[in-house]
Design a protein around this ligand. Sequence first.
Ligand code: AMP
Length: 266
Amino acid sequence: MSERSDDIWCSVRMRTSASGAHLSGGERLVPLVSAHVRAAELLQRGISSTGGRAASVVLTCDLVPADDILTVTALEIITEPATTVPDSRTRAQSLLRSWGVSDVASRVAIASIEHGVSPMGRSMRGAMIIDAASGARLEDDPERGVRVSFVDMTEASCRAFSAEHGDQLPRPRMREALTLASKIAALPSVRAELCWSDDPDYVTGYVACRSEGYHRLTPMKQAGVPTGGRAIFVDARLYDPLRDIEFLRRAPVLVELSGVTDTEEA
Ligand code: AMP
């Protein structure tokens, strides 16, 4: 990790809900001069992505001094061959095992995501924090989880990523997931992460680990299934809830693809 020097940046966050239940969200970390454009894009996405179900769209903007921003290198992307949901989950579990996540812990995560992560059986707006050894849930609010924010990919890396992967607006899913995973993996207490989307049409998921990269797996669920979730596996001996949740929620981080330096922003 290294520090950046620049002007004022802005964390822009969007969440939609109906009857008090979370529906969707999004986050950007952008130079203040472009914050209004990114906020409008997120607002549009919040309205359109929920198919008219959203009763409320909340936009939050926090100013961030550029000197506070850390830059981390994006995880390497590896696409795993898999053809069925059981294949993908078996492969995910075996990778997690090799990264120090016990079978108990990965089973807890998979079963929770499968059945709807929150105690109400719905998807959460944030991630579960799971003890990589015991499988215990460690987040203090299991209804909401921990929402990772104040994060984005640098402009130059976004362009390079789109050119290579064709992952575009309105929802550059893979780029956003890689960006979140790269911030999460930068936390020393994190062993690994597991995720698949709650979008019924998006069946690709991943497992990720700082030293071993971001492993894409398709399909991680059957098409049409409306539940998904994220599990962050931590080493409980290194995990400090106050410090680590503050990092995930509020530490401003820009993710840069290896070999792509953002000269315009530097
Ligand atoms: P998505 O890939 O956006 O469909 O998200 C899949 C699941 O990951 C959601 O149901 C949430 O539980 C969780 N999630 C989404 N965004 C975040 C975030 N920024 N931080 C933590 N968890 C998230």
